[in-house]
Design a protein around this ligand. Structure first.
Ligand code: SF4
Length: 275
């Protein structure tokens, strides 16, 4: 990853901006969504949506999921600043690959909607300038930040429902469930294609009643194409040391085949397509 873009001031017509002015200009561009704080990029196939995709991981997340495997994405200050133009230039390089494979652009995180103006700007340009498929990977807590009009620029929402019982949801994430439910219903009412993601963590999210509650929520939505039950893993545990926060799942094992099948069966029993 190259260096962050700068906001150096000055021109032949006037004196250079001082540091405070430059910082103010940078803050305004972030607020307007002209500049975003980006953790990383990845080119993926068979994940984060259909076809071959460029996934843009935004920096910053207001949730604190016990099972988070990417705590290095939690803080916006740790990201690299990039303008909408810079992102679009990069995405455009892969347009042909995306088109040929039925892929597109996915914006993930962290929680991308912490930088909702930037995300909305990138999706608008991706549709208007490149005509590519777009996907948003979100936990839905901040879904109210996007207008109905902006949701029309998103072809697919990958919506994490991290638990179905409100108490369990808060224990898992540190945040309330209701905003995610509100966002899920809005996507449904607007007919926006949605894939639901549920991370199965033995001893944390696997209780029969908790899974039933997620399945009930999903069954009540009309625009869900599939449910993905994602087995918990420990690939990111080493990143927790740098957070200074205790990693509570150090002894937790991935779910075994029997548990996975039970949980997928609970969704299938409602006629849902499950992966
Ligand atoms: S929403 Fe995602 S990035 Fe944020 S804490 Fe949860 S798992 Fe980690």
């Amino acid at each position: 990853m190259s260096e962050p873009i700068g906001f150096s001031g000055g021109s032949v017509a006037g004196p250079p901006m001082d540091v405070a002015d430059a910082e103010l200009a940078a803050a305004e561009k972030i607020r307007d969504g002209q500049v975003g704080s980006i953790h990383s990029w990845d080119l993926v196939t068979g994940a984060d949506g259909p076809g071959s995709r460029m996934t843009l991981f935004m920096a910053g997340c207001g949730m604190r999921c016990q099972y988070c495997q990417n705590p290095d994405t939690w803080h916006m200050r740790d990201g690299t600043r990039r303008s909408v133009e810079q992102v679009m230039d990069r995405v455009a390089r892969y347009r042909r690959l995306m088109t040929v494979t039925g892929g597109g652009l996915t914006i993930s995180g962290g929680e991308p909607l912490l930088q909702d103006r930037f995300v909305a700007n990138v999706f608008r340009r991706a549709k208007a300038d490149l005509g590519i498929h777009t996907a948003l990977d979100t936990a839905g807590l901040l879904g109210a930040r996007l207008s109905d009009d902006e949701l029309m620029d998103i072809d697919l929402t990958l919506l994490d429902i991290k638990s179905g019982l409100p108490d369990t949801y808060t224990r898992v994430t540190g945040r309330p469930l209701q905003p995610t439910l509100d966002f899920a219903r809005r996507l449904s009412e607007l007919g926006r294609t949605t894939w639901i993601r549920f991370v199965l963590v033995p001893g944390l999210t696997d209780a029969f009643e908790n899974v039933e509650a997620v399945a009930d929520i999903v069954q009540g939505l009309t625009s869900v194409e599939r449910v993905e039950v994602l087995p918990f893993h420990q690939l990111g545990r080493f990143k927790w040391a740098a957070t200074g926060e205790p990693y509570l799942l150090g002894d937790t094992k991935p779910p075994d085949a029997e548990l996975l099948e039970r949980v997928r069966g609970q969704f299938r029993a409602r006629g849902l397509t499950v992966y």
